[in-house]
Ligand binder design. Structure first.
Ligand code: GLN
Length: 264
């Protein structure tokens, strides 16, 4: 394959991103100077990136980076790639101005770090079961100079006896049989970050049940979920004894986050 062929096979924006990474030039500079000769090493690197992309590998894994809520975050195949719809969860969290926050299943740290950036005085704890993912979150926290208390373990395991103003999570919520798992970026992402039982509700159920004993009076639980899961999640929140249960739509109009509060 030639550089020209690889360029034509990729979407223009992705090609520019990969070329910028391979050359060390900015995306704007790559766009502005198409006549500039490509050093052999950069051309070889670009061709390798392009071949990986054409095999379906997510662009974020090839670049090793993804932007979320204005933060540049390191990512690798140990973590789910942060999604734009998850920014809703951060917005709802920030609006509540919590003094203490617990992010369950933090992955690369996206949610916890975005909250810490905008609420610097808040105590932010982030839990992650995968040691490899936790290492990525730690790297991001250091790089961004944001102090988040990272803990290794499953859901509320590492925060026994602790309570927070806000508990939130983007847990795995894809159903085992969902055909999307065989498509696009999802094929390359960690299954443990995506799949949660036959209906995708296993993690959401586990978190909802245990949340009240980790919330301060008047504290809130906010959970991201998938298309068509909002009614089931509201039911879980109600069964757990939470009040004022409601759902918020993301920018595409999909019911995406549900939450409820503990009586004050
Ligand atoms: N929103 C992701 C997707 O369907 C799923 C992420 C998750 O399970 N938390 O692509």
């Amino acid at each position: 394959m030639t550089v020209g062929e690889a360029l034509r096979a990729l979407e223009a924006r992705e090609a520019r991103l990969l070329l910028a990474r391979a050359t060390g030039f900015s995306e704007a500079s790559v766009l502005a100077h198409p006549e500039r000769a490509l050093p052999a090493e950069a051309a070889a690197m670009f061709l390798e990136f392009a071949a990986r992309r054409l095999r379906g590998e997510p662009i974020a894994y090839i670049l090793g980076e993804k932007e979320f809520y204005g933060l540049p975050l390191a990512v690798n195949p140990a973590v789910l790639i942060p999604r734009p719809e998850t920014e809703l969860l951060v917005e709802l969290a920030l609006a509540r101005r919590p003094a203490s926050v617990l992010d369950l299943g933090t992955g690369c740290g996206a949610i916890a770090l975005a909250i810490k950036r905008h609420l610097p005085a808040a105590r932010v704890v982030a839990v992650e079961a995968s040691a490899a993912a936790l290492a990525v979150a730690a790297r991001n926290a250091t790089r961004l100079a944001l102090e988040v208390d990272l803990r290794h373990g499953l859901w509320f395991g590492p925060v026994a006896g602790e309570r927070f103003d806000l508990v939130l999570s983007n847990p795995p919520y894809v159903a085992e049989v969902d055909p999307h798992l065989a498509q696009g970026d999802l094929r390359f992402e960690p299954r443990s970050a995506l799949v949660a039982g036959p209906e995708g509700l296993d993690a959401l159920r586990e978190i909802a049940r245990a949340a009240p004993s980790h919330l301060n009076p008047g504290g809130w639980l906010l959970l991201e979920h998938g298309l068509g899961q909002d009614e089931a999640v509201r039911l879980l929140l109600g069964e757990a004894g939470l009040e004022q249960v409601r759902t918020w739509p993301d920018l595409s109009g999909i019911a995406r986050v549900s939450g409820g509060g503990l009586k004050s």
